[in-house]
Structure formats: C-alpha cells, structure tokens
Ligand binder design. Structure first.
Ligand code: NAD
Length: 470
C-alpha cells in the first residue's frame, strides 16, 4: 500500500506542502498522512479546471465518452488496492469496501453510454426550436466519509459526461481513496479535467467561495449544506445538495416478523448505520412489536462487529472519534429520558471506535435519538396503534430523504408509502438504490437529485436554439 498521497492538479501528482493524519477507526491510530491543500493549491486546481473546460473537453462529446470508458478501466484495475484503503480509512468490511470501488467503476462505464438529451420543441414552417444541454463549467465536488468512493463517482460520471471539469475534495476522515482514485485516473483523462485535492473543512469553504466554480455538488450534513447554499448565493453558483436523513420505517400488523426482521436490521445497521438512507426510526404496530423487537435483538447479539480487514466481520467501527462520541451521547441521552436499552448501549472495551448495534425502546418524539440523525449503530424502536398517528410522527421532521412501509399487502404498502414526505418511499425494502433512479431529499434532506437523467440535468444549463426558417 502507498504511504504517501498527493493531490492531482492539472494532470500532475502534487505532493502536499502540509499534512494531517488519517486514522484507522478499527485501531484508533493514524496509519497515513493526507496532504492538506493550501489556498495556492486550490487556486491552481481551479485554474487547471477552468483551462481544461475552455479547451476541447467541453465541446467534444466523443472524447468524453471514450474517456469515461478509460476511467472505468483504470479504476477497475485498482479495485483491490483502493478497496483495502476504503476499509482502512472508513472501517467498513473489506468485501463491502471492494464492492463499493467495483460498483464505482461500473457507474463510470454506465455514464459513458448515457444519452445527453436534445429535444426538438418546435419544428414547423417558421422555425426549428431545439433544447440543448450545455455544461456549466468548473464543478466543486465535495463528499462525506460514509461512502467516499460511491459519493465521488456519482458526481464524476454525470459532471464529466456533460462536459464540465471537476475539482473534488473528499472528507478529511476518508481522503486517501479519493486521492488514490485521482492517481489511478491521472493518465486516463486530459490534464485539468479532474483535479482531486485533500483538505480540511476549510478547504471546502475556499472551494465553494472560489470565483472559478460554477456548480457545487455536495454530499454531506444539513448544517454544511446550508453553509454551502449561503456561500453559493453571492455568485449564484448552481448547487446540488445531498444531505442527511432521519428515515422512518413503518411496519404494519400484517407482516411476517421472521421474514421482515433481518431486512429491517440491515436497513438500519448496514455500514454501521452510517448511511444517509438507513432506517433511523422504526415504527412497529403493537400487534407485531414484541416478535419484531425480539428478532432484531437476536440479530444484534449475533452480528460480528470487528476490524473490516478480518474476513468474518459484518459490521465495522464508527468512522471517526466525533461521530463515535455523538452516538454514545444520543444513547446516553435517551437513557436519561426514560429509554430502555435492549441491546448494546456501551462501546466495546477495545481500541477503535466500536459501538455495538443498540436497540432503544420507550422513547418517542422529543428525545434526541428520535428527532436527530444518529448516523451510527443505534436505533429507536417505537410501537404504534394508529397508522395515521405513525405517519404523522414519521413526517413530523425537517428531514425527507427516504422512508419505507412494510406490509404483507404490497398494493396497500404502496398506497401508504405515498403518504411519506420523502424523496424515496420504499415498500418492503429500504436503502435499495439504482444508478438510473433519481436520488435525493425533500425538505432539509437536500436540493436537486443525483442519478439517471435527472442527475445529468443538474450538471447542465438549458439553452434554447431557435432558428428561423425560410
Ligand atoms: P459534513 O457536512 O461534515 O462534511 C462533508 C464534506 O463537506 C467534507 O468533505 C467536509 O470537509 C466538507 N465541508 C465541511 N464544512 C464545509 C464548508 N463550510 N464548506 C464546504 N465544505 C465543507 O458531513 P459528514 O459528516 O462528512 O457526512 C455525514 C453526513 O452526510 C450525514 O448527515 C449523512 O446523512 C450525509 N450524507 C448524505 C448523503 C445523501 O446522498 N443524501 C449521502 C451520504 C452522506
């Protein structure tokens, strides 16, 4: 494995002028150093992206499609190496980490063939009016630490296909995989088309205020999303914000508890609960509450928590120290407000940020674990009697990313799911995502959509080409 990492700026690997530690959450110890971009680095990356945009890239669609194929191949060749890095800096099990990188290579390939729409709106005796999608310019792509590779590539595919150029900055908790992707793709792209810089939150703020940037594509928390929107306002930069969630799942009395419990468990605890669209509040009808809680508790006790590099590990640690403290704080607060901890509830006494799957009952609205996004291995399980009341509780939140309804009757489940105020409403599943399906949030969970043709439009400006005839 590499021990030194560099920014990718203007097609060149640029060593850091200063650095910060990257910690392996399974040990709690630093294992590598990340270059921390200076203002000068940011300026150089922006200038390179602006130059590349002004060149052939923004006009040559065939070049871009070929490049996306080359990028997919280059990333595909590094799946194992970058997967291991994701495992070490993020904490997730190695198989999942590797799967994330493999999936990312496939996404790039998929975008190579994605059509860029061109609509003829009018074609009559007087005129031909065509609606054209034009790239915006330099895109600032800023990503979080839970899926460092997937969140980056979901931006790169559509941004680059449509002719934009990119300056990307990963989270300071998981920067190495993005820098390794920059290094892996260096020779697959014209210089300056993709720049990847390491850096703290401050570097993100410099990027969003930078005059070269025309579009900010951000995935992360609601508070940062709001700061970014403010920063963008001054220059009317376009923004897409993929923010946090507090997804409800509502379980109806007609389910088979044994069948749904494992799906609910993994819907809440996959990636150690660090998924924007994980189940974060579970509302269960009182008729099936006991058997479902019992089955979830069994699963919580059996699941193998450990270092992602160990093959038997199913759940890794919490990614970083502040988030580890936050999960503990929310569970402790729930306890102080009458909550009962059914499983877990205390960190493991070993190095690293290990917090076992924790089910909490006897809590409801007004308790932080229910009202806030926990983003970790803790889940409130809340019984209900009246469906309208459960739906009202589910929707009484600023968040609106995902939600699900669980029923033995799919048609009824769909009917009820339509009443959820969320960008995605699932029935009998949660967290299932597809690169061709628009993804994003209502209310504070975001602005705009990623994926599919809707995600493509976010990286384009519309131009009406109106030619008179005769
Ligand atoms: P975060 O908002 O703290 O940081 C995300 C990124 O923003 C990092 O790269 C960070 O350095 C950068 N940043 C921080 N302050 C900035 C500023 N003022 N200006 C510009 N950039 C700045 O989020 P996080 O803790 O890394 O990620 C967890 C959050 O992300 C959770 O809320 C989760 O739900 C959300 N998330 C959402 C999605 C989605 O698609 N909706 C996907 C994954 C994660």
């Amino acid at each position: 494995m590499e021990t030194t990492y560099a920014h990718l700026i203007d097609g060149t690997l640029v060593p850091g002028r200063r650095h910060f530690d990257v910690v392996n959450p399974a040990t709690g110890a630093p294992f590598a150093q990340c270059p921390d971009a200076t203002r000068e680095d940011v300026d150089q990356a922006m200038a390179a992206a602006a130059r590349a945009f002004a060149g052939a890239w923004s006009r040559d669609e065939a070049l871009r499609r070929r490049t996306l194929v080359h990028m997919s191949e280059a990333l595909g060749a590094k799946v194992d190496e970058i997967g291991r890095l994701v495992c070490m800096e993020q904490g997730k099990p190695l198989a999942n980490a590797t799967g994330e990188v493999k999936g990312a290579a496939q996404i790039l390939k998929l975008y190579a063939d994605e059509p860029i729409p061109r609509d003829v709106l009018v074609d009559d005796a007087k005129a031909r009016v065509t609606l054209v999608r034009k790239p915006l310019g330099v895109v600032a792509a800023i990503t979080p630490w839970n899926f460092p590779v997937a969140t980056l590539v979901m931006k790169l595919g559509p941004a680059l296909l449509t002719g934009n150029t990119v300056v990307a900055k990963p989270s300071p908790f998981t920067p190495l995989s993005s820098l390794a992707i920059g290094a892996a793709l260096k020779d697959a792209l014209p210089a300056g088309v993709l720049n990847v810089i390491g850096g703290s939150d401050e570097v993100g703020a410099w990027m969003t205020a930078h005059p070269a940037v025309r579009k900010i594509s951000f995935t992360g928390s609601v508070p940062t999303g709001k700061k970014i929107m403010r920063a963008a306002a001054e220059d009317l930069k376009r923004v897409t914000l993929e923010l946090g969630g507090n997804d409800p799942a509502i379980v109806l009395p007609d389910v088979d508890p044994a069948k749904v419990a494992p799906k609910l468990f993994w819907g809440a605890f996959a990636n150690s609960g660090q998924v924007c669209v994980a189940i974060k509040r579970l509302y269960v009808h009182e008729d099936v509450y006991r058997p479902i809680l019992g089955a979830l508790a069994e699963l919580a006790k059996q699941v193998k928590l450990g270092d992602g590099l160990e093959p038997e590990t199913q759940l890794g640690p919490i990614n970083n120290a502040p988030q580890f403290r936050r999960v503990q704080e929310l569970v402790d607060d729930a306890r102080q407000h009458g909550g009962t901890v059914v499983t877990g509830g205390e960190p493991l006494s070993r190095p690293g940020y290990f917090y076992p799957p924790t089910l909490v009952t006897d809590v409801g609205e007004g308790v932080r674990l229910v009202d806030e996004e926990q983003f970790g291995t803790a889940l409130p399980v809340i019984p209900y009697r009246d469906l309208d009341d459960a739906l009202a509780q589910a929707n009484r939140t600023h968040y609106g990313l995902g939600g699900s309804v669980w029923s033995g009757d799919v048609a009824r489940g769909e009917e009820i799911a339509l009443r959820l105020e969320s960008g995605t409403a699932w029935v009998n599943q949660h967290m299932s995502l597809n690169a061709r399906t628009p993804f994003g949030g209502m209310k504070w969970s975001g602005l705009g959509r990623e994926n599919g043709k809707w995600g493509l439009e976010e990286f384009c400006e519309l131009q009406v080409l109106n030619a008179a005839k005769g």
